[in-house]
Design a protein around this ligand. Sequence first.
Ligand code: FES
Length: 374
Amino acid sequence: MSEQKNEYTEAELAEMSRDEKVRLGLALDDVELVEYRDNFPVPGTRAERRAERAVAAWFTLAGLSALAFIAVFVFWPWSYQPPSDERAHFIYSLYNPLIGFFFGLAILAVGIGVVQYQKKFIPHEVAVQQRHDGHGSDEVDRQTTAALLADAGVRSGISRRSMIRRTAGFGAGAFGVGAGVFAIGGLVRNPWATEGPESLQHTEWLSENGEKTYLRRNTGNPHEISLLRPEDIDAGGFETVFPFRESMRHDEHELEASMKKGDAPVMLIRLRPGSQPVKRKGQEDFNYGDYYAYSKICTHVGCPTSLFEQQTGRLLCPCHQSQFDVVNTYAKPVFGPATRALPQLPIAVDEEGYFVAKGDFIEPVGPAYWERNA
Ligand code: FES
């Protein structure tokens, strides 16, 4: 048995055909092909065309699903609609299921298409390899491996299956675009807008026409309006409040929506008499006596900080146990993963004795934000 030569010059490798490199790669790795069966040895048979159409159908389905996903993601009315408007609420409630359905179907169809292609067109092969590493140099290894991969591609017949090439390109391309839209779509807002729905810097507490914004408690019934006065909260107590303007009174949708906005909930806290918190620079007049209002949205990842511990004067976030010190500081975090103080809402009491917001928060509420300065 002649010894297998394992060193080749670049010129020798360049002269070899792909088939020769495949045979060399197999020989160097001591691989013996026991069986090598092409599923469609005669090209163009009806069976082959049927198999091609089946694979192409999966890729086409993947592409159509990805396009449908993009269309729903971009155009479907996604903002909250109250149940009082049944039709609008139903359409809104389909947003998440449709996104999940089309994205999932696109992934599934791409996967099935690839598996089907592999099963139907990649030649069936049984090979035996002796247990040891190959003998070739790095360059020989590189070139023979590349030849083996190219050979598998060629033998699968992909170059003459234009229907599969086109549909696979359509399916994978649309799916890739869909994944990109999914990843960055939520960020396509103008963070520098100062008003309107694009604005990330204003909340429902902003009164655009100067109308008075009251602090309203949640009674469980969005149509029942319960405004707060200072005497409604005991010393050491608190209440979760939402914005209310008279112009909302007869607008059922607004009444409900204003209590659903993610950035709207505020904790109105009445400190015990004698507490003298350190006030934040520039926000010295944001409180009304012992009453302080802080965003309820945790600055870690946005859970509601719904526990106020009277003895320690700390607001606690149940998600990851961040604690914000209201009594000694201006709701700065003193424990847990949150790193920023809760934004404070400037409040006052109007001539009729009701709490009102003097304006919006002066910084964005919620977790990390690239232009927050505290
Ligand atoms: S969301 Fe509040 S601690 Fe994590």
